[in-house]
Design a protein around this ligand. Sequence first.
Ligand code: ZN
Length: 454
Amino acid sequence: MAWSREETIGRDEMRQIQLGRLQKAVADVYGKNAVYRKWLDEAGVKPGDIKSLDDIRRLPFTTKQHIRDQYPFGLFSASMEDIVEFHATSGTTGKPVVVPYTRNDIELWTEVMARTCAAAGITKNDIVQNIYGYGLFTGGLGTHYGAIRVGATVVPMSGGNSQRQIMLMQDFGSTAVASTPSFLMHLHEVGEQMGVDFKKLKLKTGLFGAEPWSDSMRQAIQEKFGLKACDLYGLTEMIGPGVSFECHEVRDGLHINEDFFYPEVIHPESCESLPYGEEGELVLTTIGKEGMPLLRYRTRDITRLRHGVCPCGRTLVKMERISGRTDDMLIIRGVNFFPSQIEAIILKRQGVSPHYMVVVDRQGSMDEVEVRIEVTEEFMAKAGADVLKGSEKEILKDVQLARQKIENLKRDIKDLIGITAKVTLVPPGTVPRSEGKAKRVEDRRPKGIRTGRP
Ligand SMILES: [Zn+2]
């Protein structure tokens, strides 16, 4: 069941709401933020020029760099006395992006996250184990606010503490979990060593996001935990999680909270608007936020938009699951691909775990690709035991098996993206784990020849 009326209204009514809020958003930033006023003046647009939703194309884009250049408070449209909370990106590659929330922004966030929780089937009868980090990261508190609004019981675990997570999951009988997919897979490995059968736990649904993940990863999580894995999407610049969500009934595309985040898809290079159904970069405009409204923010996430009534009853436009980020897209010997494509291959093969890293380097004028994949604990334990036993025949078998795995993976990668990659099997636990976003790529090539991005 939908949480709010706006999730199921007709197209005309939605467009009316959007136009009113877009006009207000443009007037707000023009009137309240000197930087935006300058940008709009430079683009030759006045708030009164926005007469239809198509007029959004007249507005200039906002990029992450624009926000960084105004660090920390330059793009705020609210005064400090109206701001009640800050969040920020991790800022691993420089200064973080700081996002302010007014009381109304917190209310908006709670509303969109309540929709997200309700769509995943979470009700007041659920115990939600929230593994997203609490703090400046938006994942923890965003999920917290939404789960409380639907009346669920929140266990505010934050990340880390794998053994304690598993213990409380068992003892409290958590019925829902919110986590990055990679951390939950990590939890499964730890649990297996503790002899835990996750299928016997009470988990029935989960909210997963904060990193791109494949459908193969979804299947793996659903099988290992016996739950329905729902995707959610968001970004700190917009509000955090809560921009869009999957309904548990269908789990095919994410409903965008388009009454608060107006979506467009553009060609990432020409910046031209693309029609519904075409793949490109997602661009979002906040319509309803006060602290730091953003016009036409370039998310760098690749997706496509779809209209239509979902079998769940929602009419909110859908975006396909993120197939990659323009940032993560690798161009190797002229071929474009996303690390998530490699993930899908790995998950199909036995004996290797979903933890991997793509390392790209340049030897002379040639790009070299190495894919490092962890073998499973099981495989490692058997090989180790054979070595200790000194059984040459068994050791030889293990080596052959490992070689066979490498050859199969190489062939799969070559078939999929046409690149001959070096495949290296590494011991379990040696690929870095992250509780925020999984790092899948290490690009050691000089900056200019990577992807052409700044
Ligand atoms: Zn739906």
